[in-house]
Design a binder for this molecule. Structure first.
Ligand SMILES: Cc1cc2nc3c(=O)[nH]c(=O)nc-3n(C[C@H](O)[C@H](O)[C@H](O)COP(=O)(O)OP(=O)(O)OC[C@H]3O[C@@H](n4cnc5c(N)ncnc54)[C@H](O)[C@@H]3O)c2cc1C
Length: 572
């Protein structure tokens, strides 16, 4: 059995920012299924929000807070949003002092650009590689403090160990050897990122399969607001690879088959820079009503040509190259084909404002278990996240969580852990998969899941399609135990890892669809054609989905924290 004071699962921005607070002080381990600098945070392009007021002199945290509350369609918890908006400027300056190479204004300040739903230009960026710059900066800082730090790369979290409301550690598999270890700890932080891979068109990394949230769910903890999945308006057509919102922030146009800037009809004041939920729905409506472009009219044009080669190469070099490499289109020369892509998971493990995992509206907590970043639901994004608020969320709440863990772990004992029992449980699950009769193809199950989620639980939803979707997901869950694993070996057996990821995706998809079916309204990223209006009387509340005694899903609800801004109609 391995033993550390703290284990942090996930080495993206949230995990590494939390690590900075604890490593050096407590014996810390980072467990990551990739390598620290390969975490999905490194793919973030457009920027990180803070009201530095470098471009718009009148910007301040209150405006940032209001934009975020409105962007969340009033489902975000306003106490948490206030903390994030207030902390943002210090957080960015801290990253600057750590050495993050932000792009600059002519007078040498951190440059800021427009982003959807933000009323002022407040996205701080490093060209269109902001996540890469932030992640590497944090990695350097963590390595500087590496006293008492162990990094387990290519280690795969299998389960969370919780007994009587107290967390004692995790089990994880060394991907290189398939050896399973119990890591016994005084505190666990989950920073395992999002779960966009369950959709066929997605911007998410292969690792974004919701392993952390499902480990929490399996030990009986609830997940919050899982029905809210964000579709980003500009994924490369047919691929989903992201073209940052920075493209529209810099002035890009969205055009339909008639060459019209159709956003005029849907959000005339913000146009292409309305929040993502609104722009994605507008695109989907154009496509559904026959005004799409490209193969079968399933795409939309993103036109950047009027910005000119020089500006595109300076501000958007990466996304231009992605277009050339993946769909053979150069945005300098021609409008490129895009479509909505599954991008961000608003839901996750419910926490308080300091990263403590809580299980109901009464704030009952799980001792020694914390979560931060995209896998957590604080909730600062509510029903729809504004661009650039997620890197900020990961940094702000990563730091707060690290601080809480440091305080609470110092004088805490190691809870008892039964190594044999914990290893036995996960070994059985793995051998069930390895030794299955193998009459079904795991690839077919995975592809069907993704197509099904994309077609029936995507940008627009309705009762009939959601019911079909749920039935299909249940059918796929029933096929999973018969899935075939060809590689029975112990050496880098990625097939078994992919099978476990698939099981996680099947199970959280069921939760997403169940929550979406129940929520009979449209709010933020959840748009029901059969209930097109937001319904604050019935639905101004967070969903909590937990495993019922019969193995099904039990839905409960908890109130939204409303402090400064009463809900009003959301217009742009
Ligand atoms: C293409 C793209 C562009 C984006 N651009 C922006 C942007 O410009 N601005 C913005 O604010 N947001 C952006 N986002 C969103 C933002 O990048 C993410 O929400 C944020 O980086 C999440 O950080 P994280 O630390 O929570 O998780 P991640 O960076 O996703 O890291 C998750 C970590 O968990 C580990 N992990 C997961 N499962 C396991 C397991 N079973 N065992 C061990 N380890 C595990 C992984 O190895 C990884 O280290 C973008 C997202 C994408 C996909």
């Amino acid at each position: 059995m391995l033993q550390h004071d703290v284990v942090i699962v996930g080495s993206g921005l949230a995990g590494m920012r939390a690590a900075l607070e604890v490593c050096g002080e407590l014996n810390t381990a980072i467990v990551t299924k990739v390598y620290p600098s390969r975490s999905h945070s490194g793919a973030a392009q457009g920027g990180v929000a803070a009201s530095l007021a470098n471009e718009a002199k009148d910007d301040n945290w209150e405006l940032h807070m209001f934009d975020t509350v409105k962007g969340s369609d009033y489902l975000g918890d306003q106490d948490a949003i206030e903390i994030m908006a207030k902390d943002a400027p210090t957080t960015i300056r801290e990253m600057e002092h750590f050495g993050c190479p932000f792009s600059r204004t002519p007078e040498g300040k951190i440059a800021q650009r427009d982003f959807g739903g933000h009323s002022r230009p407040r996205s701080c960026y490093a060209a269109d590689r902001t996540g890469h710059a932030l992640l590497h900066t944090l990695h350097e800082q963590v390595m500087r403090r590496k006293k008492d730090l162990t990094i387990y790369s290519e280690f795969y979290l299998l389960s969370l160990i919780i007994k009587d409301g107290v967390c004692g550690g995790i089990t994880a598999m060394d991907i290189k050897t398939r050896k399973i270890e119990v890591i016994r700890v005084r505190s666990v932080i989950f920073a395992t990122g999002g779960y966009g891979r369950a959709f066929s068109i997605t911007s998410n990394a292969f690792a974004s399969t919701g392993d952390g949230i499902m480990a929490a769910y399996r030990v009986g903890l609830p997940l919050q607001d899982m029905e809210f999945v964000q579709f980003h308006p500009t994924g490369l057509f047919g691929q989903g690879i992201l073209v940052s919102e920075a493209a529209r922030g810099e002035g890009g146009y969205l055009l339909n088959s008639k060459g019209e800037r159709f956003m005029e009809k849907y959000a005339s004041s913000r146009m292409e820079l309305a929040p993502r939920d609104i722009v994605s729905r507008s695109e989907q409506t154009e496509i559904d009503e026959g005004r799409g472009v490209g193969p079968n009219g399933k795409a939309i044009h993103l036109d950047m040509r009027h910005l000119g080669r020089e500006k595109i190469l300076e501000r958007l070099p990466q996304v231009r190259q992605l277009g050339i490499d993946f769909i053979g289109m150069d945005m300098v020369e021609e409008p490129i084909l895009i479509q909505p892509t599954a991008h961000y998971s608003m839901g996750g493990i419910p926490t308080d404002n300091d990263g403590r995992v809580i299980i109901d509206d009464k704030k009952t907590r799980i001792t020694g278990f914390f979560a931060a970043g995209e896998c957590a639901c604080v909730s600062v994004h509510g029903a729809n996240r504004l661009g650039t608020n997620s890197l900020l969320d990961a940094l702000v709440f990563g730091r707060r969580t690290g601080k809480t863990v440091l305080e609470e772990t110092r004088n805490k004992d190691f809870p008892p852990v039964n190594e044999e029992e914990e290893i036995g449980k996960v070994k059985k699950e793995i051998s069930d998969i390895l030794d299955s009769p193998g009459t079904e193809s795991m690839n077919d199950i995975r592809n069907s899941l993704k197509d099904n989620m994309m077609d029936r639980c995507g940008v627009f939803r309705d009762k009939t399609r959601l019911e079909e979707c749920l039935k299909a997901v249940k059918g796929l869950q029933a096929r999973f135990p018969k899935g075939k694993i060809m590689d029975k070996g112990t050496n880098f057996n990625t097939e078994i890892i992919e099978a476990i990821e698939l099981r996680n995706m099947l199970d959280f998809s069921e939760i997403i669809v169940t929550g979406a079916l129940a929520r009979e309204e449209s709010r933020g990223g959840h748009a029901r054609k059969d209930f097109p209006k937001r319904d604050d009387v019935k639905w101004l509340k967070h969903t909590l989905a937990a495993k019922a005694a019969d193995g099904g899903i039990e839905l409960k609800y908890k109130p939204v924290a409303i402090t400064k801004h009463r809900p009003e109609e959301r217009k742009y």
